[in-house]
Design a protein around this ligand. Structure first.
Ligand SMILES: [Zn+2]
Length: 427
């Protein structure tokens, strides 16, 4: 529920953010004063956006489901194929011919769906070696797909607001101010709606990892409750930008833990979204409050052989370099962050790689950002004088917390990190 006593300053104009929202929203988008914080209740009947499809398990040998409700198994055309009593552990095993064995004897084709009869969450775990992984609990229903090599992908179909609440609980720090929670809810909602808009014809909109947004199902602890409140408070609010044709459109609302002093340009870093809110150059030292070494970090050291091995796992051709002799930025953003690195090998050749891809390949906890000095010597690669944690695009999470602690509202903070954006109501 929204807290009492706030102000509502909706302009009352109705505009639509994209063709996607135009077709899926009953009332279009309502422009908001970005400094306002929404407090009104919104008509849930206007929500006609389809469910988001989240890949929660990839390439598993077996999965196990259970619920406090009966579980109902439906084939790909929606016909009921079987039911399982409450609290029954239902093991699903991929079989030949793209079929699945559900429980001891039920056999269905790939593409089956499992729902709980009365909407109770479904708990999911996967087989890892000789053990079952910890269970996570999900709203919505579970879609099962047999992949090549007789493995299982599990896709959770869940309503957008439930998904956002679960993501916010994992993407912010538990101690964050409520305005930081609200800003994160708007950003995570905008992000997923943008991804859904781009993938109408595929099976999956987002993964459950940092490659999209971290999603581990329902959290019932303190952060889970605060995330749910922030999601409800900002229900339906999204960020848009004004396109060349004058329409409000969603964009990829990137965010990272700490920008380290300056936000980056999506276009320059090879990310999608050459739009005004992602042009970067936003000076921010609010993230200096980030704990540990998230604002300034280093030195971190890896052996040169280890760096090469980690890179080769993603980019096999890089082994032709021999051993790493030197790593040099050959292009930088105006803010000084490397865009492209050139890796020189002992064989006399070199390999160019986008700095962000380099960072992800060697591990984001080693090089917390690409904004660092890299030196090679004595068989080691040293990352030093590092600034920030993450890619530095869009919203700076610790900066958001810093601004919230100074009294800023979520709308003001979003306008700061996404210049030229508009805060609109999608539903
Ligand atoms: Zn920052």
């Amino acid at each position: 529920m929204a807290p009492q006593g706030g102000t509502v300053r909706s302009k009352g104009a109705y505009v639509c953010a994209s063709a996607f929202l135009l077709t899926l929203c009953a009332s279009g988008l309502r422009a908001r004063d970005p400094s306002a914080t929404p407090t009104e209740s919104t008509p849930s009947s206007s929500l006609r956006i389809r469910k988001v499809r989240v890949l929660i398990v990839s390439q598993a040998p077996r999965v196990r489901l259970r619920s406090s409700d009966r579980l109902v198994v439906l084939d790909a055309s929606g016909g009921v194929q079987g039911r399982f009593d409450p609290d029954t552990a239902v093991v699903i095993t991929p079989r030949g011919g793209k079929s699945l064995r559900v429980g001891d004897s039920l056999r269905v084709s790939s593409g089956a769906t499992i729902r709980s009869q009365d909407g109770a969450p479904i708990r999911v775990s996967q087989r890892q070696g000789d053990e079952w992984s910890p269970e996570f609990s999900y709203h919505g229903w579970i879609h099962l797909k047999v992949t090549e090599g007789r493995r299982l992908d599990v896709i959770n179909h869940v309503d957008v607001e439930s998904y956002v609440a679960c993501v916010v609980a994992n993407e912010v720090w538990p101690t964050f101010h409520e305005e930081a929670y609200r800003a994160q809810a708007i950003v995570s909602r905008s992000f997923v709606l943008y991804q859904m808009d781009r993938r109408p014809a595929t099976d999956v909109d987002v993964t459950a990892t940092q490659g999209s947004q971290v999603y581990r199902g329902i959290r019932t602890d303190g952060p889970g409750g605060r995330a749910a409140e922030a999601t409800e408070y900002t229900r339906g609010l999204v960020l848009t930008h004004r396109s060349d044709t004058g329409r409000d459109q969603l964009f990829c609302t990137y965010y990272s833990a700490a920008c380290g002093g300056m936000s980056q340009s999506a276009a320059l870093l090879g990310a999608e979204g050459d739009v005004e809110p992602l042009h970067g150059g936003v000076a921010c030292d609010y993230c200096r409050i980030a704990p540990g070494d998230n604002y300034r970090w280093g030195p971190e050291t890896l052996s040169a052989a280890d760096v090469l091995r980690r890179l080769a796992a993603r980019y096999p051709s890089i082994t032709s370099l021999g051993r790493i002799r030197r790593i040099t930025p050959i292009e930088r953003t105006p803010a000084g962050r490397p865009v492209t690195l050139r890796i020189y090998g002992t064989g006399g050749t070199s390999h160019d790689i986008l700095a962000e891809r380099f960072r992800v390949a060697i591990g984001g906890m080693v090089a917390k950002s690409t904004d660092c000095r890299i030196t090679v010597g004595n068989g080691e690669v040293v990352f030093d004088e590092g600034k920030g944690f993450g890619h530095g695009l869009g919203l700076c999470q610790w900066g958001t917390q810093g601004q919230a602690l100074e009294g800023k509202r979520a709308g003001e903070i979003l306008a700061f990190y996404y210049p030229g954006s508009r805060l609109l109501r999608a539903y």
